[in-house]
Each structure stands twice: as C-alpha cells, then as structure tokens.
Design a protein around this ligand. Structure first.
Ligand SMILES: [Zn+2]
Length: 73
C-alpha cells in the first residue's frame, strides 16, 4: 500500500489516497473527501497541474523504488 497525493479540481484541496501500485496502475478514481468531487488529479511536490490536466496515459513518475515488474513496460 502506498499513498498518493491528489488535488481536487473542484475545491482545490489536497488529499491523500491509499492504494496499491496495481490499483493505481489500473487507474484510480479518487473522491475528494472535502466536496465529494471526482475531479481530482495526481499531484507531485512541485506542480503546474492547475494549468495542465493530465488525463489517461501512464505517468513515469509512478515508477518508484517499490514499483513492481512491468511498471515501466
Ligand atoms: Zn474537493
């Protein structure tokens, strides 16, 4: 299990989602605990996500030291 930071695009609050790598790679649909919106995007430490909405696609940043086999293809 690991945690991922998400930014809600509806209320602009950050929240954390816990999921396994497998779940994450299948595509998480996190729900904002603050407003219940599902329009949340993954955030990283220094981000420009507000102007740029990554949708779909695999993000290489998901491949950390704990990434399982096949994570990076
Ligand atoms: Zn929200």
């Amino acid at each position: 299990m690991q945690s991922y930071d998400y930014l809600c695009q509806n209320c602009s609050k950050l929240f954390e989602v816990r999921a396994s790598i497998a779940e994450y790679s299948k595509g998480l649909k996190p729900t904002c605990p603050h407003c219940g919106s599902q329009r949340a995007i993954r955030t990283f430490t220094s981000v420009n996500v507000l102007t740029n909405r990554p949708r779909g696609g695999t993000m290489p940043l998901a491949c950390g030291p704990n990434a399982g086999p096949g994570c990076c293809g």
